[in-house]
Design a protein around this ligand. Structure first.
Ligand code: NAP
Length: 363
């Protein structure tokens, strides 16, 4: 008998769900035992539903291929089959996703979510384990408020912010206030799920609009940088962020061009590079299986980072930064890059679950 923790995936057939299945092969702690998707897929073998749209290499992992897909809308089907679930589901509304994730938690099944539905619930932590692991403390208040015993909901932030929040946080942690910034993102098509944006809209083109993405890019960092007060997250006051979000013809990897202004104290470029290179967080201290050894990798080539060359750094979990230079309008500018379906989605969710397990919330 396997001693690994049995885990389920809601939305297992989608772009993010497939990444979970792929990344969890041979995970030392977790084993996929339950897959769920829409009623269209329910009752069929995973292999039969996904084989013509499998996105990750040649073969669907054998251990999952023959699992029968359950209807994710019926959380009772998860009872006894898994100890917690990763949520990578897309429904008709955020309210529907929020209610469904709560229904799993109510049945004693913790939910580690990729969806945005719960990101503004003040007793639900939005976790990047290198930045705000202490936010998981609000889970106790969340369970109490709902009368839940073992179940709870914890989420990860939007994929677009992953390319710049760790570099920002490293500077803030070193004592440099960031007052305001402008970020322009170039986001991969996989960020829109499968089949995503029509090819005739994407080839030979850039689409300068992604619904809801600029609001998330501007507001989510404030919750991530916030603090825990009386069982709730209170948002940070700054930095003020202005975002331009663009969809570009890249398969994986979100790029962000950032210009930012510091408070009174301004680090030199050499100091910034040292701070980024030396930055470590709790996942590295705990040596969690999905933790990148070096969360921020500084590139010196004049034309890096690039999605194709840099997105897979350290299992796709490291953020690459480059083109660090003075800004004639603000103080500095740089380019950040992260793998949106790994660090920004399934890999980030797995790291969150590892943190929650190491702190006793998942057992
Ligand atoms: P996707 O490729 O469109 O996959 C959606 C999944 O939801 C599929 O498994 C689908 O099952 C299932 N689903 C659709 N309608 C359903 C219904 N009525 N009932 C139950 N299940 C249903 O989307 P995705 O890109 O993987 O995104 C999944 C979630 O992660 C979204 O909330 C998204 O915002 C978030 N996210 C995505 C990324 C990214 O880079 N893609 C990054 C961060 C967060 P069927 O195959 O049976 O239709």
């Amino acid at each position: 008998m396997s001693k690994k923790i049995p885990v389920g995936i809601l939305g297992a057939t989608g772009a993010v769900g497939q990444n979970y299945i792929y990344l969890l092969q041979n995970h030392p702690w977790f084993e996929v035992t339950y897959v769920a998707a829409s009623p269209r897929s329910a009752g069929k073998a995973y292999r039969d539903v996904v084989q013509t749209r499998w996105l990750l290499g040649a073969n669907i992992p054998e251990a999952v291929a023959d699992l029968v897909i359950e209807d994710a809308n019926n959380p009772d089907t998860a009872i006894g089959k898994c100890r917690f679930v990763f949520s990578a589901i897309e429904l008709e509304s955020k309210d529907a996703i929020r209610d469904l994730e709560n229904a799993y938690a109510e049945r004693g099944i913790p939910v580690v979510s990729n969806a945005s539905a719960h990101r503004w619930t003040d007793n639900v932590p939005v976790i990047i384990p290198e930045i705000n692991p202490e936010h998981i403390a609000v889970i106790d208040a969340q369970k109490k408020a709902h009368g839940w015993d073992t179940g709870f909901v914890a989420v990860k932030p939007n994929c677009s912010v992953q390319s710049y929040v760790a570099p920002l946080w490293a500077l803030m942690k070193a004592g440099y206030e960031i007052k305001r910034m402008i970020v322009t993102t170039m986001q991969a098509v996989s960020g829109a799920g499968y089949p995503g944006v029509p090819s005739l809209d994407m080839i030979d083109n850039v689409v300068p609009f992604i619904g809801g993405e600029e609001e998330k890019s501007e507001q989510e960092p404030l919750k991530i940088f916030g603090s825990v007060v009386d069982g709730k997250i209170v948002n940070a006051d700054g930095p003020i962020v202005a975002a331009h979000c663009n969809r570009v013809a890249v398969i994986n990897g979100h790029t962000a061009c950032v210009s930012l202004e510091f408070g009174e104290k301004k680090p030199s470029l050499e100091e910034i590079e040292r701070i980024w290179t030396e930055f470590r967080g709790l996942p590295q201290e705990l040596d969690l299986p999905f933790a990148p050894r070096q969360p921020i990798i500084v590139r010196h080539e004049q034309n890096r980072p690039q999605p194709r060359r840099d997105r897979d750094e350290d299992k796709g979990m490291a953020v690459s930064v480059g083109r660090l230079r003075k800004c004639p309008v603000f103080d500095i500018r740089f380019v950040g890059l992260s793998h949106n379906t790994v660090r920004g989605a399934a890999g980030g969710g797995i790291l969150n679950a590892e943190l929650l397990k190491s702190k006793g919330y998942i057992s």
